[in-house]
Ligand binder design. Sequence first.
Ligand code: UN1
Length: 512
Amino acid sequence: MTHPVQTALDRMGVSQPVSAVSIGNDWQPGLSGEHAVHSPIDGSKIADLKFATTAQVDEAAIAATEAFKAWRVIPGAVRGEFVRQFGEQLRTHKENLATLVSWEAGKITQESLGEVQEMIDICGFAVGLSRQLYGRTMASERPGHRLTEQWHPLGPVGVISAFNFPVAVWAWNAALAWVCGDPIIWKPSEKTPLTAIACQALVQNTLAELPEVPPAISCLVVGGADVGEQLAASPAVPLISATGSVPMGRAVAQTVAGRLGRSLLELGGNNGMIVTPSADFELAIRSITFSAVGTCGQRCTTLRRLIVHESIADKLRDRLLEVYTRLPIGDPTTDGTLMGPLIDERSAQAMDAALATAKDQGGIVHLGVRVTEGVPVGGSYVQAALVEIGHDAPILKQETFAPILYLIRYRDLEEAIAIHNNVPQGLASAILTSDVREAELFCSPAGSDCGIVNVNIGTSGAEIGGAFGGEKETGGGRESGSDAWKQYMRRATNTVNYSDHLPLAQGIQFNV
Ligand code: UN1
């Protein structure tokens, strides 16, 4: 039987053997070392490819810079038409791309389909935006003058993406950047190159329909850390958008800042939820479970810290353990599975290590063991863990990319908010309550210090329409909806004098 990865690649028109580099319509084999791609489902090898070299990054940057000259003057609405047609490709190949996401990232089918839907959604958002790149008009302080802002395309955008959302996060950046008039150079995670290669093939299908579009607005360079570093260092790339770990983001930010470039960072989350006595109990169980164990705990928005009022903590713990014990764990492509594998054995070891540390710090660890029965051989499958722990345990400040949920008890809400904010990261947060005063306090300046603040839903699963990102070590960037598009453009302030006089601002007299 043909492997599902093979079938999906064939259906999307990916020529094989796969190549690591693409500049528009062209594919080039990488010129660096050989790399094998293994599926987290069963460890099987699903592709071999050679990584890109840093010289190939430079070639892509040159091509993207050339494409930019044409792309920036093509009207926004035409750029929007390109994105609309790319969105159609995604609709046609939703299941094929989702199959690859499951095989490369280990997501359950429902979540893989959701990830592709997130791409389709951002394309729709970007198409509308392509006719709404509005600038302001300000009242000039001088007579006979008009003061306005224009938003212009910025230039090639480098996108460094992570394995856990191998395609959606690139699409958030690409769809917006394209309508804003910028080319994209994409360095995907080395763990998920096939999904990236497939996206580029879908872009090529779109380019075939629109000959006026300069192909090098979409470039792909699959490679290791050196490829990401080269992209971050390239003066031809005015904006680097990076998603991943805090150390990676810090390195990228320092390199980009060193050349006074712009960076858009979406880094670690260590997301908390406060559950108050008035919370709807069954809603709590469902939202906690989806946020804590979805994507096997490997979303940047995953719920990691549950801060529960002491009066309901035991009941909530017992009910969660009941749910956790019967969660279907296994092959993510099988109907009904709710937890697939971790991305690799290193992640499973990091989870084991975090649980051991939590125990040393006084934590009571429930579940969280390795699963070897009823799951494909060769993958790293684990049970989700629930850890009862004191609010001052140092481990609470650390993000472990695995399904570990710490349960902390609180007495009053102000204390709960203080515990909630007492971590270096600031991505997503939630409160479950039926008391409007508690909800509003959490959303107020004295409440959550995160970029995403939810009431009566979990921390994960944001819609594309809002600005997505967080504060503190999360990096401060905002991607996706709202006015995130402004980061992909440069702003020109125009003052036009339509009078015969030359009055100076601030009333300065300067008579020559
Ligand atoms: C990520 O994990 O990097 O809000 C992105 C969510 C998804 C995106 C997560 N829409 O969970």
